[in-house]
Design a protein around this ligand. Structure first.
Ligand code: CA
Ligand code: CA
Ligand code: CA
Length: 335
């Protein structure tokens, strides 16, 4: 069969393809999530300096348990202590951290805005306290897991939009000045990381550590609901460490405004209708050549009405990847 060299076929409707992409529901279990490339969450003791990258010395995360999951589950904390491996020492290790798990009415941040933890350290403890523990420097839990639970899903606060029970875990740096680095895992098992199918996690104020590798790119994934026209992003103590790019299926990447040392900076980002009902990819590209070490950063987002946006550990709709709408590839190209 003769093929005319000038015939071109449209081979990929990538928008359609990307719409068909699905992610494993299991990716929502580790916090930070598997796609985020973030080594640790970080919360400093309240005697710390904000210039070390934590603006408020506490962190709030929510877990969602889908309504059809009926078994007990656990919230596991990796390296809950401060000392030994992983943590950020200042002088000598003396930080004590209080981890608290909440369920019941008052937890759901869609109904109780105070629960989001954005109000300068007040009222974020809404809900019933289910479990808590203080960790100082404890070799027993250094570079290891401590397990909270078991919890019954119905102990959570039911949210009809997500059709899920919501739980909250708070980490507070109650004393000392060192940085506690840690991670979470939502598990069906107290001794191993066995995912809760369909579970997810989210936060409104993401405080995290970057890898000490300037080739490494961290990602966080805010969900863009319908009706969002623009968002205001704020970030704290980025230390002018390279670029923050915002990427979506329809956006190759625009630069967000970036903070320097110990300051908040904000900027607005317009949202296209095609970006609603999906996640954005906030990419943190470190400065090349000269390594900014132990960079901790805080990020928040709100929409044009002043409502805070959620960052999901497993991005809703999958990781957004920029795609040209139609890619044209020549058939039988000239030799
Ligand atoms: Ca110290
Ligand atoms: Ca730790
Ligand atoms: Ca920093």
């Amino acid at each position: 069969m003769k093929v005319n060299k000038t015939i071109y076929l449209i081979v990929i409707f990538t928008v359609l393809l990307s719409g068909l992409q699905t992610r494993s529901s299991l990716l929502g279990q580790p916090v930070p999530g598997k796609d985020e490339n973030i080594p640790f969450l970080v919360t400093f003791g309240k005697a710390g300096e904000t210039s070390w990258g934590d603006d408020d010395f506490y962190g709030v995360f929510f877990f969602t348990i889908p309504v059809d999951f009926k078994q007990q589950f656990y919230i596991r904390v990796f390296d809950p202590d401060t000392g030994g491996e992983n943590d950020e020492i200042q002088g000598e290790f003396n930080t004590r951290s209080l981890f608290s798990v909440y369920g019941g009415k008052g937890v759901d941040p869609d109904k109780n805005e105070d629960s989001r933890g954005l109000m300068n350290g007040v009222k974020y403890k809404g809900g019933n306290l289910l479990a808590s523990r203080v960790f100082g420097g404890e070799a027993r839990y250094d570079n290891k897991y401590y397990t909270f639970g078991p919890f019954n899903p119905t102990e959570g606060d039911f949210n009809t939009k997500w059709n899920a029970y919501i739980f909250k875990i708070v980490c507070e740096g109650i004393s000392g000045d060192d940085g506690n680095l840690y991670r979470y895992f939502l598990s069906r098992n107290p001794d191993n990381n066995i995912p809760v199918e369909g579970g997810n996690a989210f936060t409104y104020e993401y405080t995290f550590r970057m890898w000490n590798d300037f080739k490494s790119v961290a990602h966080i994934y805010p969900y863009i609901d319908t009706g969002i026209v623009w968002v205001k992003q704020r970030n704290f103590d980025w230390d002018s460490d390279g670029h923050i790019l915002v990427v979506s299926r329809y956006r190759q990447g625009i630069e967000a405004s970036i903070s320097a040392e110990d300051n908040w900076i904000e900027g607005s980002i317009p949202i296209e209708p095609a970006e609603m009902g999906a996640s954005l990819d906030f990419q943190f590209h470190k400065k090349q050549g000269e390594l900014v070490k132990n960079n901790n950063v805080v990020v928040t987002l709100e929409n044009q009405r002043g409502d805070a946006l959620k960052f999901f550990s497993s991005p809703i709709g999958g990781v957004p990847v920029y795609q040209a709408k139609i890619r044209v590839t020549p058939v039988n190209p000239k030799k």
